[in-house]
Design a protein around this ligand. Structure first.
Ligand code: F6R
Length: 611
């Protein structure tokens, strides 16, 4: 939700750097974008509605040379996407500007107070109150004014502020929204995440909630909530800048779908013991004794990560033999989950910043005293730092808004967690571990084979691109994959799609079926095969048009299907990883054929830092 960046540079003009960083944050929101730079004692602001390319063109026409600046890409929360609501926002005389990611919950109350003392507001945003508030506290020192203003704010924020009287100073602050400091040679940054900084530096310091940072071209100083100086060692990011580029693919999503074999290999690195009988998982945060003492597992997540959670439930119940409850993070925080000190709460999140998941994780940790574990893709993200245990998914930066390779990483991570807990509890046999481990070792190769179905999937996309609705059916461990296939299709093609447990179809949705309804059935071999074959027959008998995902040699479901996608046969527990790929490809190709914006679908943002 919104991306922010700020830079103080000794020699180099910053406008181009800010725009380049914003391009890398565009996945966070793309309703409007803007920058402000300090040039010859004046703040110059450029703001454009729509994507960064519009801002880039406008900045290109201005020949700005300022060396201190801030930038923003917006996902609208307060006020529609328009130039007047685009950031940066200014105070009454334009002497300071601010960019903000988050929501100021008490902004109306603050706004009324500021209006009463003469502030005139020019936007519908909550952010603008921050600019007027800092102005009201400003007495020649931006840091002090920001520190005083933050005491009045309720809600979540990551901000960056510059003032025309203080060249070479960017003040940043965070509360419940991410902010990272980038350390360079002769220039330093703040940004919403490291991807914005990768072209310039790998040395970063993550800010904690309540901290304020003063960034100058030659130094960075961090202060805690009480104004005391914080010393924190920089960390080095291992992601390369190339991984945030398209590398010859037309879209990030297609590139990321094709990166899934390496997501699996990277996720397995160092986690499988050479003898194939053990999973080694550093960072779990629990020793064997604590794992044996566990009584229950809760999983909280949103969207695609929630689907991964449901596959994880299957793994954990089967291999760790513990009761598992999967919750929408956004719902769990309004209930009173039964959780205690012998329970484990797993938060699954690609970004590690999703506000609802983070809130549910904190609640489990602080209120119920449960053990917590984050399954995250972004090292250094809020959840990665806050949870007691961390299993990274090693998918590398995921830029396409529709999650693909991160989901793959989550499935692998959850399987490893389940096996690891099962090992400690003695609930999984050596033979089963060996079967899973050797299947995992082969999985990258199997995924390469699935990616070869792309041509077939494109043909199917051609036929069904005009469909109004889609039904996805799966059972058992592949039921969440049906949900995931439907989500992928609706979010990038805007076709209405529903995922359903195949056995439930006859209890209602069967009424929707006619010859215009494409039904994608996941019917690979395993314990659900015979029943799902029966469900496909029922759908076929009502005129439904079947797209079947099957294993080679299938002669029952394949015969009924209008279209067949063959995927390699793998152990049942690994079938979700294989089966999801053609569903991702189908959504991708249908979206491309419909001409939608695949990487940045309408109304969405990749990191949802508001509840
Ligand atoms: C869909 C998608 C979203 C996210 C959800 C949670 O393709 O990406 O549904 O899965 O917003 O995000 P994270 O995993 O970052 O917590």
């Amino acid at each position: 939700m919104c991306g922010i960046v700020g830079c103080a540079s000794r020699e180099h003009p910053v406008p181009g750097l800010l725009v380049e960083s914003l391009k890398r944050l565009e996945y966070r929101g793309y309703d409007s974008a803007g920058i402000a730079v300090l040039e010859n004692g004046e703040l110059q602001t450029v703001r454009e509605v729509g994507k960064i390319k519009n801002l880039e063109a406008a900045v290109g026409g201005r020949n700005l040379q300022g060396r201190t600046g801030i930038g923003h890409t917006r996902w609208a929360t307060h006020g529609k996407p328009s130039e007047r609501n685009a950031h940066p926002h200014r105070n009454r005389d334009g002497s300071l500007v601010v960019v903000h990611n988050g929501i100021i919950e008490n902004y109306l109350e603050l706004k009324h107070g500021l209006q009463a003392t003469g502030s005139v507001f020019t936007s519908d945003t909550d952010t603008e109150v921050i600019a007027h508030l800092i102005d009201a506290h400003y007495q020649g020192d931006l840091l002090t004014a920001v520190q005083a203003s933050l005491k009045r704010l309720e809600g979540s924020y990551a901000i960056a502020v510059i003032h025309r009287a203080e060249p070479d100073v960017v003040v940043g602050a965070r509360q419940d929204s991410p902010l990272v400091v980038g350390l360079g040679e002769g220039r330093n940054w703040v940004a919403s995440d490291v991807s914005a900084l990768l072209p310039w530096t790998r040395r970063v310091v993550y800010l904690e909630d309540g901290e304020v940072v003063v960034v100058r071209s030659s130094e960075v100083r961090i202060f805690d909530r009480g104004g005391r100086v914080v010393q924190r060692e920089p960390e080095t990011i291992t992601w390369s800048a190339e991984r945030t580029e398209k590398g010859g693919y037309p879209h990030f999503m297609l590139k990321e779908i094709h990166e899934q074999p390496s997501t699996v290999s990277d996720s397995l690195l160092g986690r499988l013991a050479g003898d194939d009988y053990r999973v080694v998982l550093d960072g779990l945060g629990l020793d064997d004794e604590e794992l044996r003492a566990l009584t229950r597992i809760g999983i909280v997540a949103c969207g695609t990560s929630w689907h991964a959670g449901h596959v994880g439930k299957f793994f954990l119940e089967q291999f760790a033999r513990l009761p598992v409850e999967v919750d929408y993070a956004s719902e769990s925080v309004f209930r009173e989950p039964v959780m205690g000190q012998k329970d484990l709460m797993i938060a699954i999140s690609q970004s590690g910043e999703t506000a609802d998941t983070r809130a549910a994780l904190r609640r489990a940790q602080d209120l119920f005293g449960a053990h917590t574990l984050a399954v995250c893709n972004v090292p250094g993200s809020s959840m990665a730092r806050e949870a007691q245990g961390l299993v990274l998914t090693h998918a590398g930066p995921e830029i396409g808004v529709a999650s693909t390779k991160a989901f793959m990483g989550q499935l692998v991570a959850l399987l490893l967690v389940a096996v690891r807990i099962g090992q400690a509890r003695g609930t999984i046999s050596r033979d089963t571990i060996r079967e899973l481990v050797s299947g995992l070792r082969r999985l990258p190769h199997d995924l390469e084979r699935v990616l070869k179905t792309a041509a077939k999937v494109q043909e199917i996309a051609e036929v069904w691109q005009g469909a109004r609705d889609f039904l996805y059916l799966g059972r058992g461990v592949n039921y969440p994959i049906a949900l995931e296939g439907a989500l992928k299709l609706k979010e990038i093609s805007y076709i209405h799609a529903e995922g359903y447990p195949a056995g439930e179809m006859k209890h209602g949705p069967i009424a929707l079926i006619d010859e215009n309804m494409p039904i994608l059935a996941i019917a690979t071999r395993g314990r659900t095969y015979a029943t799902i074959a029966g469900n496909v027959e029922e759908a076929k008998a009502r005129g439904g048009r079947i797209i079947a995902v099957v294993n080679p040699g299938d002669d029952r479901v394949a015969r009924m299907a209008d279209h067949v996608i063959e995927v390699p046969e793998v152990a049942e527990a690994l079938s979700p990883m294989v089966n999801v790929v053609p569903l991702q490809l189908l959504a991708y190709w249908i979206a491309v054929k419909r001409g939608t914006d695949v990487d940045q679908p309408r109304n969405l943002a990749k990191t949802v830092t508001v509840q």
